[in-house]
Design a binder for this molecule. Structure first.
Ligand SMILES: Cc1cc2nc3c(=O)[nH]c(=O)nc-3n(C[C@H](O)[C@H](O)[C@H](O)COP(=O)(O)O)c2cc1C
Length: 172
């Protein structure tokens, strides 16, 4: 099943079909446990203290993940060539990895597996890279926990801005 999900990721477009990616599939509970600690650290010390933070479904779902991150049976860490802050670290860099992440998540949900794209761990990038043995010339793009939804909690209500507000016909 993981191979199927990862194969879907590999079908994604990338600049010049360069496929500058690598995917670390963390299944070792000890590694996930360490990642969960760093994940929670960002929540405790930065995110939860943001003055603009509202008690919204999105915020509650993010908080739920903080509590349950270590229970995810699999964490996929998509990586991309180009270390943070280098001249290869641009918006275009991300454009060659995030389509693959979306493919991965869509394939997962098609198989009944829940996921979420997360970036909290990027605040511990150096430590995450060392723990996972990521080469210097790569950076992590995000972390995607995968698992079967327990059904105990559902977080409905993440809304989208309406079409009229965001689409400009012919010019802005
Ligand atoms: C760039 C990016 C970073 C995100 N980082 C996190 C994160 O660190 N933790 C988290 O719980 N969700 C994270 N999310 C998920 C968003 O909060 C979520 O997609 C959004 O609230 C809409 O909810 P929905 O995808 O369930 O509709 C991230 C999403 C994106 C696109």
């Amino acid at each position: 099943m993981l191979n199927q999900i990862l194969e879907a990721a590999l079908r994604a477009p990338s600049g010049g079909n360069s496929q500058p990616w690598a995917f670390i599939v963390v299944r070792d509970p000890a590694v996930t446990h360490q990642l969960a600690i760093w994940y929670k650290d960002f929540w405790d010390n930065v995110y939860s203290k943001r003055p603009d933070r509202k008690d919204s479904p999105v915020s509650r779902s993010a908080g739920h993940l903080v509590q349950h991150f270590a229970e995810a049976p699999v964490i996929v860490i998509p990586c991309i060539v180009g270390s943070k802050g280098s001249d290869r670290d641009t918006m275009t860099t991300g454009a060659s990895i995030y389509p693959a992440v979306q493919n991965l998540m869509l394939a997962a949900v098609g198989l009944g597996v829940g996921s979420v794209i997360t970036t909290f761990l990027q605040n511990h990038e150096d430590k995450v890279k060392a723990l996972l043995g990521v080469p210097d010339d790569y950076q992590t793009a995000c972390a995607v926990p995968l698992g079967y939804p327990s059904g105990e909690e559902t977080f409905v209500g993440s809304k989208r801005r309406p079409l009229d507000e965001v689409v400009h016909w012919d010019r802005w």
